[in-house]
Design a protein around this ligand. Structure first.
Ligand SMILES: C[S@@+](CC[C@H](N)C(=O)[O-])C[C@H]1O[C@@H](n2cnc3c(N)ncnc32)[C@H](O)[C@@H]1O
Length: 162
């Protein structure tokens, strides 16, 4: 069963790797996430972005995760942190989730996943919506800023202009 789960994970467009907390702090600051924002983390892994969004910025967070094991871990994190009223985790495929209400989208995925998401963002994200992608660029979108974290890894920041 474990081998099956590991093998299935290898079929995903992005494998699990958590964003470090200093990078999360920096991105939340750069994006100026505030209490009125609805923040999506596409491929939310262990849910760490969700609780940070709620606890640090008072915003609302939705995580989308395809791996049921990580969905459970994310829910446990959300519940234990007391973020339940402002955070939820969707067990599902990020390519199929409606993003029309998103103010902010967080990505730590892969080149392939970002390439699939870019046209979806063109269709669904509202004017002014911000996107931060850790490590990988968003094809066809021009970053408004590019930052480097403490490990020298890039964070690309985008905003829907029209
Ligand atoms: C590099 S991890 C990032 C985790 C988290 N966002 C973070 O920054 O700590 C990528 C996550 O995307 C998830 N994932 C991959 N393909 C997905 C899909 N189609 N829909 C939803 N989640 C997906 C993986 O299971 C994994 O947990």
């Amino acid at each position: 069963m474990v081998l099956g789960w590991l093998g299935w994970n290898l079929t995903l467009d992005a494998l699990w790797q958590p964003t470090d907390h200093k990078t999360i702090s920096r991105v939340l600051e750069t994006l100026d996430v505030s209490s009125g924002d609805l923040v999506y983390d596409l491929g939310c892994g262990d849910g760490r972005w969700l609780t940070r969004v709620v606890k640090d910025r008072g915003a609302t967070a939705i995580g989308v995760e395809i791996d049921p094991f990580r969905v459970i871990v994310s829910w446990i994190r959300v519940i234990l942190s007391g973020s339940f009223s402002r955070a939820k985790v969707i067990w599902g495929n990020m390519y199929e989730v409606d993003l029309t209400g998103a103010d902010v989208v967080i990505l730590f995925l892969s080149e392939e996943a970002n390439a699939k998401l870019a046209p979806k963002f063109d269709r669904e994200l509202a004017r002014g919506a911000r996107v931060a992608s850790f490590y990988h660029k968003l094809p066809g979108w021009e970053p408004v800023s590019t930052e480097t974290n403490e490990d020298g890894l890039e964070i690309y920041v985008y905003q829907r202009r029209e």
